[in-house]
Design a protein around this ligand. Sequence first.
Ligand SMILES: Nc1ncnc2c1ncn2[C@@H]1O[C@H](COP(=O)(O)OP(=O)(O)OP(=O)(O)O)[C@@H](O)[C@H]1O
Length: 282
Amino acid sequence: MNRDDHAMSQAAAWEDTGAGEEAPVLSAQRVEKTYRNGTRALDEVKLDIRRGEFVSLLGPSGCGKSTLLKMFAGLEEPSHGHIRWWGKNLATVGTPERTLAMVFQEATLMPWASVEQNARLPLDLRGMPRAESEPRVREALRLVGLENFHQVLPRELSGGMQMRASIARALATKPNLLLMDEPFGALDEFTRNRLDADLRDIWSRQDLTVVFVTHSIYEAVFLSSRVIVMAARPGRVIADVAIDAPGPRDEAFRISAPFMQYCKTLSDYLTLANQQGGGHEH
Ligand SMILES: Nc1ncnc2c1ncn2[C@@H]1O[C@H](COP(=O)(O)OP(=O)(O)OP(=O)(O)O)[C@@H](O)[C@H]1O
């Protein structure tokens, strides 16, 4: 396929809302979730996430961040309301232009298999021929900086490198939508900052929409084009903050005045979230 053909099929693949505007990659339409034990996890969440955004969900424990992300992954159903992917139901999104992948806080690698075999697993499960999967996996490992570790077993890797392998496994599927549930929450601050920088770099080079759950204000500001602040009891959206910082997101950004200002804004909203939601701890 030449570039023009590719661009045309890409354009045809993205949904048109009718107003000449692309449908959101994700749309939560008055979504409520009450678990079977009666816990009301989400209340009337309305949220659109557009193509190419990097959106973080930030909020106190129990405000429903993971619940919302699981619904975005199709792993939980709303009790009321709807989730739409590219304007459609989940069952209709499994096309090359509409794929999603999820990364969890634990790397969940197969301990007996090499980094490369782990990263190739979803492609093997799809029955993709090696000739196709191997270059994809090599590229994914290169993107996360593990190209020289492809034959290593997970136990030989640090926690940060295991997480890189987990991200490579997701990227090898060439997702358009990447859902990440506190992926760096268990890592030390230095490793976390490096992974944040690398993830932002990967996102900025690809046609990728990311939804990222975090407890960290700093991480949310560093990574995101938008931060959604949630409050608990029941979980709901209380603020939607665009992080409008056009320069590079590097170490200088972390100590810049706009960075600090955004952190202050989000911190104020989190204080409000804790006051409104009781800020309970697990
Ligand atoms: N499977 C479940 N069954 C019953 N209640 C649940 C279930 N999963 C989550 N909950 C409850 O729903 C509420 C929202 O949980 P959720 O994990 O989505 O919040 P969160 O914001 O991701 O929390 P954390 O930051 O601590 O991970 C909490 O009160 C939680 O105890």
